[in-house]
Design a protein around this ligand. Sequence first.
Ligand code: GDP
Ligand code: CA
Length: 334
Amino acid sequence: MNPTARITVLSGGTGGAKFLQGLLHGITSGTLPGVSRDASVTVIANTADDIWVHGLKVCPDLDTVMYTLGGGIDNDRGWGRREETWSVKAELAEYGVEPTWFGLGDRDVATHLVRLQMLQAGHTLSQVTQALCRRWQPGVRLLPMTDDRVETHVEIADPESLNGHRVVHFQEYWIKLGASVPAERLVFEGIEDSAPAPGVVDAIMNADLVILPPSNPVVSVGTIVGVPGVREAIVGTNASVVGLSPIVGGTHVRGMAEQMLTSIGVEVSAAGVGLHFGSRAQGGVLDGWLVDLADADQVPRLIDAGITCRAVPLMMTDHAATAAMAAAAMSIVA
Ligand code: GDP
Ligand code: CA
């Protein structure tokens, strides 16, 4: 069999970026079964978290992947630039400008000014991303899922409003409210009218392997798969498609996958997410699914549903452990 040379990953922010670090570590150290050391990785990143703040277009997942793989991330926070300062944020607060809950550090502002200038000059988000990556050299080809505006909004209870509900941007739900109230409904504004960004469908159709990393299954991977044409490409590609559970022992490791799954009525478990994605043989998107050792008892449910499944350690504690997860993912669909 030919070695795996083209890998495509559908990524959110922190979970996806961490997985990608391990995957690249595995490729360069030659520890992935059947993968050539010069294998190329294409990342299709979620852009449904994007938000306009202070006149700037913020793309949290694209930037988290770019900064993480390019060595610019603040590792403790998991987002934004390392060695960051916050003068711009403090000055804006002095003016009483909202939103005060969204922090853009001074170094980060520069990235956003470049993005804004390019967008205003008529470039697409894909072109802007490519330009920003010339500086960061992330070691992957980084593509936004779409160049169109797609935004995740969350409906929450609000006794003070007339109909008892209020709709907030996903970022407000996550950052300001800390995902502490139930998400009653999710609205993916613009998704039905969006088109995959240039290269997205090709990257899936021409891949040797497609990976769904342990990213949020609803507001990261779910939105990418929700762009019209992406699901069809995943169903139709000759590549194997394998995913890793973001739910371990019945909860997310970090983040708010639990709230999002509850919101769309999906069982919060490794099996629940795998079955929600479904077997590719039956119109879903998965050939294989990895669950954590803690969830080994759920493996038969997935196998019954036509998904190849195995339980392995799924905690991304360091690059080597994450590379071992990538290796396990490859071996179950080899
Ligand atoms: P976000 O855009 O920053 O929310 O990042 P992603 O969507 O890429 O990933 C967030 C999800 O990754 C979390 O909700 C967790 O479910 C999952 N996650 C984070 N760390 C780990 C880990 O070490 N192991 C596993 N299996 N999942 C993880
Ligand atoms: Ca995100």
